[in-house]
Design a protein around this ligand. Structure first.
Ligand code: PNS
Length: 169
């Protein structure tokens, strides 16, 4: 039984992530999608909210579970005896950082082997950063994220804008 983990920020989860999740779930017996809960880095959504959104979009994939972790990935891999770390590669620009991360993780823990899946071409341009940026200016993100996620993103920005205006409008 081979268990894989797909770690990431997922702030928010996009169709690109979902594509990787679906394809990885077919390659391994079980797949854990895990959100990095990094208190030092400011994210649009809390780790709990990101886990909730992932739960919703992965509910129809039988061998996928959703979790969160903090600290070093290798510690989480060791504690849960994962066999493989999954990462998506969109373009050559991802490669340098991903290679460095995979090699560091393997140096820290021999068991932490990384398998890269190339992102499907239709999502090669897509990132959570782009989604946040488009939504922040009121743009249409329906091509980038599922409806349930888009709703949460718009609600989050509308709440933030309301707070900025001090409830004056
Ligand atoms: O979706 P992201 O932001 O590209 O995911 C990056 C992630 C969460 C996989 C990476 O930052 C990570 O594993 N962080 C945990 C801390 C850690 O182990 N750092 C050492 C890796 S070089």
């Amino acid at each position: 039984m081979t268990s894989a983990i797909y770690p990431g920020s997922f702030d928010p989860v996009t169709f690109g992530h979902i594509d990787i999740i679906k394809r990885a779930s077919k390659l391994f017996d079980s797949l854990t999608v895990s959100v990095l809960d990094n208190k030092a880095k400011s994210a649009l959504f809390s780790a709990d909210d990101r886990v909730k959104m992932l739960h919703e979009v992965c509910s129809d994939i039988p061998n996928v579970r959703v979790d969160s972790f903090s600290g070093l990935l290798v510690d989480y891999v060791r504690e849960n005896s994962f066999d493989v770390v999954i990462r998506g590669l969109r373009a050559i620009t991802d490669f340098e950082y991903e290679l460095q991360m995979a090699q560091t993780n393997r140096k820290l823990l021999l068991q932490a082997d990384t398998v890269f899946l190339t992102t499907s071409l239709e999502y090669a341009y897509l990132s959570s950063t782009t989604v946040r940026e488009v939504a922040a200016f009121g743009g249409d993100i329906s091509l980038f994220v599922p409806d349930s996620v888009a709703k949460e993103v718009y609600e989050k920005f509308s709440k933030q804008n309301g707070e900025k205006n001090g409830g004056k409008d």
